[in-house]
Design a protein around this ligand. Structure first.
Ligand SMILES: NC(=O)C1=CN([C@@H]2O[C@H](COP(=O)(O)OP(=O)(O)OC[C@H]3O[C@@H](n4cnc5c(N)ncnc54)[C@H](O)[C@@H]3O)[C@@H](O)[C@H]2O)C=CC1
Ligand SMILES: O=C(O)[C@@H]1CCC=N1
Length: 275
């Protein structure tokens, strides 16, 4: 497996880091390019031993998987730059939020195998929750290879393409919601006089413990919450404040808004292509 990353931002780095750490592919079988930040390419070369280049023709001559990892607004220009060097045996993997397989097929213009994937940045440490949807040109070997690639960076599940917007709002963006919560926990800990580093250890262990409880216990999340909440106790006092601020409803709205934005990005994209 030889992979080119077109785009060298947070997501590309998370995948590169995961793939290399899990030893699926070594750095010399990965090629990376970006729009103009050469410094970033040198950093990736230094950290992971990947090949870096701005010579798209040369990059694509080495690889059988091309991973599109730029922002959705940049994909048109990026595909234009790679189009002439795409081959029928190549597999295109897009991690772009919202952009449909049909849009990519239309931009690429030939009958290529395309996978639309939605990982998250926890791929960096092999803990992504990735969803994959594929077009009918993807053969069994390619499907296994790409699933294997995403499995090296965490959990990988094949889904219907129509589910990908919801997955994007839930687990693609999901790490940010958790970091947002942690920011609040850190802030409160410091305000209460705890040392930041000590507080951080407690917060992380609390998150990991709760995540593992959710994974290992047969109980529903609401039941696990009830078991922490003694009548008249501290948790109840805390949760009352969250309820007064409608925090659970806010989270529901947050995930719906992110899902909707994924849909919108796809629509804007498809409409712009028609103009
Ligand atoms: N950051 C995240 O948590 C996740 C991001 N994604 C998706 O991954 C994609 C990239 O996101 P980030 O890494 O966060 O963005 P980023 O802004 O960190 O990186 C984008 C990269 O694309 C490059 N680029 C732009 N135009 C280009 C062109 N014409 N040719 C070659 N390279 C070009 C930029 O130079 C940059 O290296 C987005 O489409 C996003 O929807 C998917 C899942 C999670
Ligand atoms: O915010 C974004 O658009 C990307 C997609 C999922 C996570 N980050």
């Amino acid at each position: 497996m030889k992979i080119a990353f077109i785009g060298a931002g947070s997501m590309a780095e998370a995948l590169i880091s995961g793939i290399i750490t899990q030893k699926l592919v070594s750095g010399n079988n990965i090629w990376v390019t970006n729009k103009c930040n050469q410094e970033k390419l040198y950093e990736l070369q230094h950290s992971y031993g990947v090949n870096i280049s701005y010579d798209i023709k040369d990059i694509l001559s080495h690889v059988n998987i091309v991973c599109l990892a730029m922002k959705p607004k940049d994909v048109g220009e990026a595909i234009q730059s790679i189009q002439a060097y795409l081959r029928q045996d190549m597999l295109i993997v897009s991690v772009l939020a919202g952009v449909s397989i049909t849009s990519i097929e239309e931009m690429v213009g030939t009958n290529l195998a395309i996978v639309r994937a939605m990982p998250n940045t926890s791929a960096t440490i092999g803990k992504s929750a990735s969803a994959l949807a594929m077009n009918s040109n993807v053969n069994n070997l390619q499907s296994q290879a790409v699933k294997g690639m995403f499995e090296t960076v965490g959990l990988a599940t094949i889904v219907k393409e129509e589910d990908l917007d919801a997955v994007t709002g839930l687990s693609g963006s999901g790490p940010a919601y958790i970091y947002y919560l942690v920011e609040a926990m850190e802030k409160s800990a410091v305000e209460m006089g705890l040392e930041k580093e000590v507080a951080k250890k407690f917060i992380i262990q609390t998150l990991m413990g709760a995540a593992e409880m959710l994974e290992r216990s047969p109980k529903e999340s609401a039941q696990l919450r009830k078991e922490v909440t003694s009548p008249g106790g501290t948790t109840e006092a805390g949760l009352k404040v969250l309820e007064a601020h409608a925090v659970q409803e806010a989270f529901v709205e947050c995930i719906k808004a992110a899902t909707e934005q994924s849909r919108k990005l796809g629509e804007i994209f498809a409409n712009n292509m028609k103009v």
